[in-house]
Design a protein around this ligand. Sequence first.
Ligand code: FE2
Ligand code: FE2
Length: 406
Amino acid sequence: MECTDRQPFDIVRDILKVIEELNTLKDVDAILDKVLDEARTMTSADAGSIFLIEGDHLRFSYVHNDTLFKGTEASKHIYTDLTVPINEQSIVGYAAMTGETLNIPDAYELPENTLYSFNKKFDEDTGYRTGSMLTIPLKTFQSKIVGVMQLINAKDSNGKVRPFTPYHIQYAPLFANSASVTIERGIMTREIMLRMMKMAEMRDPKETGAHVQRVGAYSSEIYQQWARKKGIDEFTIKRKKDTLRLAAMLHDVGKVGISDVILRKPGRFEPHEAAIMKWHSVYGAALFANTTSELDQLCKEVALGHHERWDGKGYPGRLPADLSEARGLCVEEIAGEAIPLAARITALADVYDALISSRVYKDAWPEEQVVAEILRGRGTQFDPDVVDAFMEIQDVIRAIRHKYQG
Ligand SMILES: [Fe+2]
Ligand SMILES: [Fe+2]
């Protein structure tokens, strides 16, 4: 969707088509990625970022930069941990505070009477030269601002940086406003997931919301790397990455079915208690038994299979099938590729995070020791291809760990 010299009707029709596509996405990160992609195509912008409102701050939430980020480098920057106060001192803060779109032909030549200033730190750190900038508040139809999108360095047909055109200034905010509703829905979906996990967490203090966020993010990034190596097309990767992130967040949701006496027990479990705990995988799958969507199906696969092992020695495949709760769910021994990919990936992400984080009952292991443990399980506990993909994106994994602490 590019708007140069086209008729308004065509542009609006294209915007509506993109909004329809956006509505098929569920996770907020997938939505932000698509919004930025379309807005950049529309304006031929080299780079862009999206900040979302969080209390009285803006949280840096997504970034694209064609000049700087190649390959996994891009994923790492998505997880940058940065907040900006909503006030008149920064360009994004000013746009969020006033609801005004700011068109700046050159970030280094701001008019003298402006209250905000341009923060050169990113350029200084990376060697990038920010030129033109279009900063658009993301406003829903009820005029609620959910965040700010910043498009950087509009390019002409020769790839030379130029100011944003009157077309861009007219239509990019129109697209941003329509997309804001979808972004708000994505934020709500993520929050509902976190609340579901909060319920499980209230019952099982050993689990935390941050763990769930990390496992979701690790799993989606491992999948992306795995899928790129398999030559899967980018469109499929983005869709699957979107649903996998949410499904991986819900891996332990079945713990709501486990008795408090066991869940809240301090210290180690007795063997019979550990055996009961294993049923959380089956209970979780039972929640999504009547699958109505692709997301439900993936949630079911992850909940059921995230403790399976590549060599077949995991669970619930080897649990006795005579427990009544298991009725209706096929619990049989599985190994290798018979375990759904989403479960194979979440299994690694979950174990990695459990080892590298401190919990009430254990200290955090040093990173080298955790990585060595994962490599030791390559081909026995874990799918070797999943381990390889995970090893190749260690910088992304670290950035996620840093972003979701707690
Ligand atoms: Fe689990
Ligand atoms: Fe977990």
